[in-house]
Design a protein around this ligand. Sequence first.
Ligand code: NOJ
Length: 519
Amino acid sequence: MAASWLKDAVFYEIYPQSFRDTNGDGIGDFNGIIEKLPYIKSLGCNAVWMNPCYDSPFRDAGYDIRDHKKVAQRYGTEEDLVRLFEEAHKLGIRILLDLVPGHTSETHPWFLESAREEENQFSDRYIWTANAFCGGDGMPFIGGEHPRDAAYIINFFKCQPALNYGYRDIHDPSWQQPIDAPGPLANREAMKDIMRYWLDRGCDGFRVDMADSLVKNDHGTKSATMEVWKDIAGAIHAEYPEAALVSEWNNPEQALGCGFDMDFMLDWGGNGYNRLMRFYQLDKKGNILSDNSYFKLESDADITGFLRDYPYDAWKDLGQRCMITGNHDTKRASFNLNDRERRLAYAMILTMPGAPYIYYGDEIGMRYRWLPTKEGGYHRTGSRTPMQWDNSKNLGFSGAEEEKLYLPVDPAADAPTVAAQEADPDSMLNFVRGLIALRRSREDLSNCSPFAVYSAEAGSRLFAYKRGRLLVAVNPGREALTLELDGAYAPVYTLGHSRIRGNTLVLDSQSFTILSPAE
Ligand code: NOJ
């Protein structure tokens, strides 16, 4: 049984370095998030996922953890974090931390111990090859850095050695271990221990980084990685029934099938989500060469590219598949979609099954900016700029001098801010609020209420779906379209122009509507 609060959870993702700086050092902090909790509540969000906030050399923005049980000084103290949990709970907001089980920083004491020549209790906690010259059996590896006569497998950047959860298909038993070897089992226990540590301090669960890749040579079915998660998630759910786990996996049958409550639909080139909002090609300078995203006005894409990747019946009884406006790894939606196109996209995201996740700043239409890389961000850096609160210094993010800011704030004269949009009933901010309020007010739109495709023809720009008894329809294109209705309906929500003529719904260009059966 999943945590009871997940049935109507709407999440807000916070990148802590860029949200709100209260001590003037130019970097966001826990106290800044506490200060802005009422704002998060005002959006209608009742849950937060915060990116890693642990001690780290920040070669990958904190996804390179040096000490899992110590918060990074730049965000405050453990007491501040616990206060964040408490203050959030007072407002009915849950907080998920980021769990990074697959790797640590190369400066983590576990790794430094395992890199020693003499065998010790950490020797098998990472994946070391047979000797310094034998290669990594197809996995990326680093050799020549440590006294131990072996190379080690990395998970992502060079600074992120892979923790050893074992191999499913063992090609070389001299160094590849089964998943129930002592090293891999110790890593599972270490992760449970870390999760308990933060759950005991008041966090409400975890977003789990690269959850699908723990066991190596586990292609296809991921049966061994699933076995590992059944163990870890099973233990945590048994001890903390109200804790929630969301996976970075992008395969709901697998992820939900091994104990995750939610799985993200991620932006992977050409997949269903990518085809909705980010199906573009760039030139070397980052200019958009072509864009056939479904929500682009001039695109000719139909919704079948999305639906091929959305086999709802396959996972509907297992848990939630979650859609995102974006995240700290994607370009912001504002990079290629204009205000109207984004509203249509968000209208769909906020009316689909599964808890939706809003990436901070998307609700005011913050821009993507091409910026020099920061802490391993590269092209992701431009989506990680400071939140834009108002027109005061640094757009209300920080009182620090400009050159001390974690990243520069948007210098544009018309940079969107929360304060300006609060005052405008037609703003993106109030649009997002309105949709979340509608989602909350209608049981049919809640996270686990049924979904069924109503109309999704190849070659057509129209997409219509049922949520419970409600009928939702969107036309992102230029031409007006019609839809035959299966009964008498009345509109409960409209964006753009649409009308009912007898048994026909007419959707003008770039419109969206939600219809309810007429009483
Ligand atoms: C996925 C995270 O979302 C990303 O930001 C990070 O760089 C990698 N995993 C490595 O942890």
